[in-house]
Design a protein. Structure first.
Length: 76
């Protein structure tokens, strides 16, 4: 029995299309956040990196991460 026939029988979409739809939904949520929210800043940085734009505030990002993380966060 093939995967396609199983999907037809259970009336489900392929997993990859469900994941894609959820990613698009999550993108929309993050995109609508205020620009100061860390998730929105991470999205902007990811988009800029993929389009070849180097971040101007690399030092600021490093300082933000280093001050928000402590050694206790790294321990298991």
């Amino acid at each position: 029995m093939s995967n396609a026939s199983v999907m037809d029988q259970v009336k489900q979409r392929p997993t990859c299309s469900r994941i894609r739809d959820r990613r698009i939904t999550m993108f929309g949520h993050v995109r609508r956040l205020q620009e100061s929210v860390p998730a929105h800043e991470a999205l902007r940085l990811a988009v800029n990196t993929r389009t070849g734009v180097r971040p101007d505030d690399r030092l600021d990002c490093f300082l933000m991460l280093s001050t928000s993380m402590t050694l206790n966060d790294l321990e298991p």
